[in-house]
Design a protein around this ligand. Structure first.
Ligand SMILES: *Cc1c(COP(=O)(O)O)cnc(C)c1O
Length: 363
């Protein structure tokens, strides 16, 4: 941590003092394409249902600790028993609890960078050693030949699918091989799976693999990033462990109500999700047509792009165009890369126009 006082430096745990906090480097901008939110916003019908549900929510009472009604709804949606579902304060809380329960000193996480950096931060917080199986430098695909023997030595494996920020999905058959190779727990983080092709989810593997955990969130496709609700699906004995380490009231009354309304009305989101998938392909074509810009195929609601001077382009987008995108140009394996969230057609047009102009000026 930068700027730690000597007094606190002497008091805090060494491994915590060495932590760099998660920094989404947010700056208010007219167009925010930096955090992979659903920029189309809540469908009107859902917004109205939410308003009346929230107006009646019993905020004077503690929430149901395990969110029984919401769990039942999620269980029914996914065709699993209630005991296979645990909800959390965003996917992030469930990730942290996963580390708390299955990581810790003397244990090892197998991570597949470049990927979501929260895994690395949480493993440090709980003192878990990290093994890294780097993705292919060109395609960002997984190197299964290297990965399987490493999985055999790990207590936990996390694979993000679609992967943030590269957009790759893992074939369920490969996920099954990881579950078989790893003596510990395997999490497939499916935060963006709603944007992927229909047969991408590893969820069907839950039937035959009791060390598999599937992570989901309402933050991306379902427009609840500001409310904080996520859930995992796993074998009931895994859920029992996650339930034991969670903060009892982490999913508050308003969050439970919101997630229930959204779950009941989830089909209302399908047109927007389809739209985002179409816009993703249009934006990818538009970016690829700009001289000096490389785009990777993506199954998420975001695209990874590479261009020279990416850090400068990102700062100019922000300062001159009020467009915020995410800078990965200094991240290992992602030199000169930016991640852009797929926005509305108007937002995407502005982004394309701005990047085209900035790249032209730079060349
Ligand atoms: C956004 C995201 C999550 C979870 O986000 P929450 O808002 O905490 O639910 C988990 N994994 C990945 C890879 C993400 O990008």
């Amino acid at each position: 941590m930068a700027g730690l006082s000597e007094r606190i430096r002497a008091l805090v745990r060494d491994d915590i003092a060495a932590l760099a906090p998660y920094d989404p480097s947010f700056t208010p901008c007219a167009i925010n394409l930096s955090a992979n939110e659903n920029t189309y916003g809540m469908p009107d019908a859902v917004r109205e249902a939410l308003a009346s549900a929230l107006a009646q929510a019993p905020t004077n009472r503690y929430p149901d600790p395990m969110a029984g009604d919401l769990r039942d709804q999620i269980a029914q949606w996914h065709g699993v028993p209630r005991g296979s579902v645990c909800v959390g304060n965003g996917g992030d809380e469930l990730l942290f609890n996963f580390f708390l329960a299955f990581g810790g000193p003397g244990r090892r996480l197998l991570d597949c960078p470049p990927t979501f950096t929260v895994y690395d931060i949480y493993s440090r917080m709980v003192g878990t050693e990290v093994l890294r199986c780097w993705r292919d430098r060109e395609t960002f695909g997984l190197d299964m030949g290297a990965l399987l023997p490493m999985a055999a030595r790990a207590d936990m494996v996390i694979v993000t699918s679609p992967n943030n920020p590269t957009g790759n999905v893992i074939a369920p058959a490969d996920a099954a091989r990881i579950c078989e190779a790893c003596p510990g727990m395997v999490m497939i983080d499916e935060a963006y799976v709603e944007f992927a092709d229909g047969d991408s989810s590893c969820e069907p593997l839950l039937q035959d693999h009791d060390n598999l955990v599937i992570l989901h969130t309402y933050s991306k496709a379902f427009c609840l990033a500001g409310v904080r609700v996520g859930y995992v699906l796993a074998a009931p004995d895994v859920i029992d462990v996650l339930a034991a380490v969670r903060q009892p009231y982490s999913v508050d009354v308003l969050a439970q109500e919101s997630a229930r309304v959204v779950t009941a009305m989830r089909d209302e989101f399908l047109p927007t999700i389809a739209r985002i998938r179409d816009e993703r392909e249009r934006l990818a074509r538009g970016l690829a047509a700009i001289d000096g810009v490389r785009v990777w195929p993506s199954q998420g609601n975001f695209l990874l792009v590479r261009m020279s001077q990416a850090g400068i382009v990102r700062a100019r987008l922000r300062d001159e165009r009020s467009i915020l995108v995410r800078d990965f140009s200094a991240a290992p394996g992602l030199q000169d890369c930016l991640r852009v969230t797929v926005g509305t057609p108007e937002e995407n047009d502005e982004l394309l126009d701005a990047i085209a102009e900035l790249c032209k000026e730079a060349s």
